[in-house]
Design a protein around this ligand. Structure first.
Ligand code: SF4
Length: 64
């Protein structure tokens, strides 16, 4: 599983960070930092919550 961010859609609102703070961190300048782009399967619920919680649909999961 790999997390993909569409930088053209992300507005830095940080809903993903609220859902999964171990995986996402919005920087002071509003840029989203993905702390772990290839999380373990055990993180799937958190990743899916972040994907669904993103108001601009900027996040997606790619199965490698
Ligand atoms: S919730 Fe979506 S728009 Fe907001 S920081 Fe995360 S990826 Fe970007």
């Amino acid at each position: 599983m790999r997390i993909v961010v569409d930088r053209n859609r992300c507005t830095g609102l940080g809903m993903c960070e609220a859902e999964a703070p171990d995986l996402f961190e919005v920087q002071d300048d509003g840029t989203l930092l993905v702390l772990n782009e290839t999380p373990d399967a055990g993180c799937r619920q958190d990743v899916e919550a972040a994907v669904e919680g993103c108001p601009t649909e900027a996040l997606s999961i790619v199965e490698d």
